[in-house]
Design a protein around this ligand. Structure first.
Ligand code: SF4
Ligand code: SF4
Length: 351
């Protein structure tokens, strides 16, 4: 199971699609529980992946080192903005399996939304972390400034990141003309990226573009029972005040509380949203973001507008399954190499 462990609600940046730190009364800036409380929960899970989360998790490096010294997990990782990397000692970086660094693609796009020189800092720190053998995932926020093909290819061509993932900026932001952008830029870009992915399969290479790979995984290896991120059924988030949530961004929402680390918690049994139960794409999509389907900040109409784009993206990838079959039959790749479990990386698959 995936354990997203908050180290703090504090963040040192104020990216324009997020807004920075959580108020201390919602997500305290330091853990208010003792680590032994969580130790037995994580250690009783034989498939534990612990991902440090925030705020910016490296704003509280002492918690991370104490946790890693005292709690044994199968896999450790971190979701970071990539600016405070040196705050954590080398010894701990060497124990990390995966690090997700926030970067939006080209320098001008990243710096516009995250702050001046952030791109250069993230690249420098990502290389530093990679030198310890940590697998690196670029985690993009995709806005109307993004050219998905150019920005993803830019990150691939840097040769630093092992996997690329993105999320659409459709949760906390004011509504923007996503339909026009999707038709003119995003969906044509997805088509080009998918063609690139397929062409590389015939060269024997799997380019780990997670929104493509994760859908192909669902085709061959079984459906997502709910949101591919695992929210509430294969993933839980532990806030600094010890609450156990289904989704890490739902820090204010009652529906997300599954329990707490003192009393224990209960996973969700039926995580697929009602509205998705008859959808013919549910196997690949799992209802996409559980939080988005609960909160619908853009209203019912806005939700379905994004969903239509989601369906088109899924169909572009699924239209290439015959080519994937061909690549497998030709022996250039093996079926097993297409297996991908997003809860081992804390990715969401569906943007
Ligand atoms: S495509 Fe839309 S309706 Fe279908 S499963 Fe996904 S979120 Fe639900
Ligand atoms: S994809 Fe949605 S439900 Fe899953 S962790 Fe992210 S915000 Fe939460």
């Amino acid at each position: 199971m995936l354990w997203l462990v908050f180290t703090t609600g504090k963040c040192n940046l104020i990216c324009d699609y997020c807004g920075g730190s959580f108020p201390k009364d919602i997500v305290p800036w330091n853990a208010t529980y003792n680590i032994p409380k969580i130790k037995s929960l994580v250690e009783n899970d034989k498939d534990s992946t612990v991902i440090f989360y925030g705020g910016e998790p490296l704003a509280n490096p002492r918690f991370i080192s104490e946790f890693m010294d005292r709690v044994k997990a199968n896999r450790y990782g971190i979701q970071t903005n990539g600016t405070l990397t040196k705050m954590l000692g080398e010894k701990y970086w060497r124990k990390m399996n995966v690090a997700l660094f926030s970067i939006d693609g080209r320098k001008e796009i990243t710096d516009k939304h995250r702050g001046r020189n952030i791109y250069d800092t993230v690249i420098k720190n990502a290389s530093y972390v990679k030198s310890f053998g940590v697998e690196l995932i670029a985690r993009m926020t995709v806005t109307m400034d993004t050219d998905i093909y150019s920005d993803v290819m830019h990150l691939i061509n840097l040769g630093i990141f092992d996997k690329i993932h993105w999320q659409l900026n459709v949760i906390w932001t004011d509504k923007w003309d996503i339909k026009k952008w999707a038709n003119e830029s995003y969906l044509p870009g997805i088509r080009k990226l998918t063609e690139f992915f397929i062409s590389k399969l015939f060269d024997g290479k799997i380019i780990k573009i997670i929104p493509i790979l994760g859908v192909i995984n669902a085709h061959y290896f079984g459906p997502y029972k709910g949101s591919p991120c695992g929210a509430g059924y294969k993933s839980v988030s532990i806030t600094t005040d010890g609450r156990v949530l289904s989704c890490p961004i739902a820090v204010r929402e009652e529906w997300a509380v599954l329990g707490d680390i003192n009393r224990g918690f209960k996973l969700m049994e039926e995580p697929l949203p009602e509205q998705c139960r008859t959808c013919d794409l549910k196997r690949y999509c799992g209802g996409r973001c559980f939080y988005a389907s609960k909160e619908k900040y853009w209203g019912e109409e806005g939700f379905w507008e994004v969903d239509e784009i989601n369906k088109q993206y899924l169909k572009i990838i699924l239209s290439q399954i015959p080519e994937v079959d061909k690549a497998i039959r030709s022996g250039s790749i093996s079926l097993d190499e297409l297996k991908y479990d997003p809860t081992m990386d804390s990715t969401e698959v569906i943007p």
